[in-house]
Ligand binder design. Structure first.
Ligand SMILES: [Zn+2]
Length: 479
């Protein structure tokens, strides 16, 4: 099939129009204005805020005026990733869509099927004058991919609905109905330094598998920051050393794949390398299945003029890194296989006067999340440091009685001839934030098959998108 054939369908027409507009997180003015223009041209009520969130409201079709309004929600921003060597400026240029068999992709970049397909579906539905529908309240949020900032800030007062379809899941046939809450907790430990004339070495851990700190936290993969903590702790027990810096990980919601430390000590390179090799042996063994690519390099640093942390602060930092909990803390007692509570030290950074450990703490039980931040707070007190909490969002609790879920299951069975899978997810989704703002919110998250989202290999299953679109229309008609 040719792309120009596919875009004759309104769903894919809108998807390809959106793909022409650069719309990475924090770069959403243009795509937001596109939605506003769409509303204006059709005489629909709209609200746009300074963050670029957009709400578009379409009155109920004839005879449906007394039905419960329905909120349709997705996010405008996408993750911008490129293959190596691709020169496209994703802040200024649109995507180059292509069809590969049954899939839609973008040449050398992410596709933004997450979550452009939701926006395309909702616009196609809003423009449709044939469809029977209740009052529709389309909500397009921004900066979901960098901490759900749009959903956190959006003013929901134009909304009358208490029922919401969130079209931001990547596996057809799975309805997500509950999620974990979370908070970013940054533990900042102050350090003092002294000049030293000892040898300076770098220790680099790389090649780990990594993954999402929520949905992949139970897979037992190594965290580069935690592996480094273990090595430094053992090393500190064996030789006299000073820490200059320790840095690892880039995102608090990703399991870190690399970490580097710079240390000073009297040992010679071959001596130090041998000690670290021995320390690393059991670690490599422990993670040989999950992280077969793990590499640990030790090198002499020639031109490092920085001062090292004084001994007591070196000890303080290494102890904190080593002693704090990490990974899965508790499994859900209600849903088999679901992680209830976890934390991930995603970013570790060192400056002149402090070391900062930034954690993503998650739990579907708000109290358990608070228990973990209390442990971090206690460590902050012990180390004369501070704990900074940000981006706190509530969990989205499973709703025992959900009219929406039950009806969607029925409609799904009629269309697909089988039942959908009902799931809870150990990660934040925007539904959690909306559940916190709209009392008694009845919500289901679902979507078409998207493969390898957030990578340049992202693909959208075209047939799956068609089916989910047809399903969404039926839900609107028959709810
Ligand atoms: Zn998304």
């Amino acid at each position: 099939m040719l792309l120009q054939e596919l875009t004759k369908e309104r769903l894919f027409y809108y998807f390809s129009e959106l793909a022409k507009i650069p719309h990475g997180s924090r770069n959403t003015k243009q795509i937001s204005d596109y939605c506003v223009r769409f509303a204006k041209e059709r005489g629909l009520e709209y609200h746009q805020d300074e963050l670029n969130n957009v709400i578009i409201i379409k009155k109920a079709s004839k005879g449906r005026e007394n039905d419960e309004p329905l909120i349709l929600q997705g996010h405008l921003d996408m993750v911008c990733e490129k293959a190596e060597g691709v020169t496209k400026d994703m802040t200024a240029e649109g995507l180059d869509l292509f069809i590969d068999g049954d899939f839609l992709g973008a040449e050398g970049t992410t596709l933004g099927g997450d979550d452009g397909i939701a926006v395309a579906m909702i616009l196609s539905i809003l423009e449709d004058e044939e469809l029977s529908h209740p009052r529709l309240e389309a909500v397009f949020t921004v900066d979901e991919e960098i901490g759900m900032l749009g959903a956190a800030a959006i003013d929901v007062s134009p909304l009358k609905g208490h029922t919401m379809l969130n079209i931001d899941s990547e596996a057809e046939g799975i309805f997500t109905v509950s999620c974990a809450g979370g908070v970013v907790a940054s533990l900042r430990i102050p350090v003092s330094r002294e000049l030293t004339d000892k040898n300076v070495y770098s220790i680099d851990i790389s090649g780990l598998t990594g993954g999402h700190s929520g949905i992949e936290i139970h897979k037992g993969r190594a965290s580069a920051n935690k592996v480094m903590a273990g090595i430094l702790k053992e090393l500190f027990n064996r030789i006299e050393l000073g820490l200059i810096s320790v840095d690892g990980g880039l995102k608090d919601n990703a399991i870190p794949v690399a970490c580097s430390a710079i240390i000073v000590c009297d040992a010679e390179l071959n001596e130090l390398s041998e000690i670290i090799r021995l320390i690393a042996q059991p670690i490599a063994k422990r993670y040989k299945e999950t992280d077969p690519g793990m590499k640990i390099d030790v090198n002499l640093v020639h031109d490092n003029k920085k001062a090292s942390m004084v001994e007591k602060d070196t000890k303080k930092v290494i102890d904190a890194l080593h002693s704090l909990p990490e990974g899965v803390q508790e499994m859900s007692p209600d849903i088999e296989g679901l992680v209830q509570t976890s934390l991930n030290m995603g970013i570790l950074t060192t400056t002149e006067d402090h070391v900062e450990m930034s954690y993503c703490v998650r739990s579907s039980v708000d109290n358990r999340k608070n228990d973990l931040t209390d442990i971090l707070k206690k460590k902050a007190e012990e180390t004369s440091g501070e704990l900074i909490l940000s981006g706190d969002y509530p969990g989205w609790q499973y709703k025992q009685d959900s009219v929406l879920r039950d009806r969607m299951v029925e409609i799904y069975k009629e269309q697909y001839g089988k039942s959908p899978v009902i799931e809870a997810v150990h990660a934040g989704v925007e539904c959690g934030l909306f559940a916190g703002k709209i009392s008694g919110l009845d919500c289901v998250s679902y979507g078409p098959n998207l493969l390898e989202i957030h990578t340049y290999r992202e693909r959208m299953d075209i047939e799956s998108a068609r089916r989910v679109y047809a399903f969404t229309r039926r839900v609107i008609e028959d709810l």
